[in-house]
Design a protein. Sequence first.
Length: 210
Amino acid sequence: MTFHDPAWLQEERRCLDELRRGDRTAFSRLYRAFAQPLYARVLLPKLGDREAAEDVLAETFRIMLEKLDKYEDRGGSIWSWLATIAANKARDVERERARRGQALRGFAQLSAPLFEAAAAAPGPGGDRADAARLQAAVARVMDELNPRYRRALTLRFLEDRPRAECAELLEVKLATFDVLLLRSLRSFRERWQALTSAQTPASDRIPVTA
């Protein structure tokens, strides 16, 4: 049976009518019918990530319940309506991923040299005093951060761990870690800029690049 079969369309309308009256059993019937095809045909191919697809699937059905009273029944299945909701939410996730990725790359380009310089010992002929001052400055700023931000930055930059490993150690999803890292970098940069813009002689300013 497909979603266009008369027998299913009759069953679907019965479920929708019961759902509008508050029957949660009807919702379970519709969920069992549509969840797997939405996940397999629409969300997973677009997002390529099981957890993200599952999150958007849940959001799709939340929106369905929220907007059910405004749904215009034109004689067909609600499959097209649900697929459109799912596809739109997946595009929202993709756009947010792109914005987050750009922001992360931008902050990383600004901040990574600081952490790299702070973590590295000066080589032969290097200026140990400058390296020590930079390390002390980074440590000072890190101490001012929220502990969770400090942990994220330490794992990602000072210990140079992959993002997936950082997320696992912090017991969060990879997407959640990306958000956390972005906020951590923003917080670090704000404090770093405040430190380096303090009224000190130019000769005593802490270098901001390696």
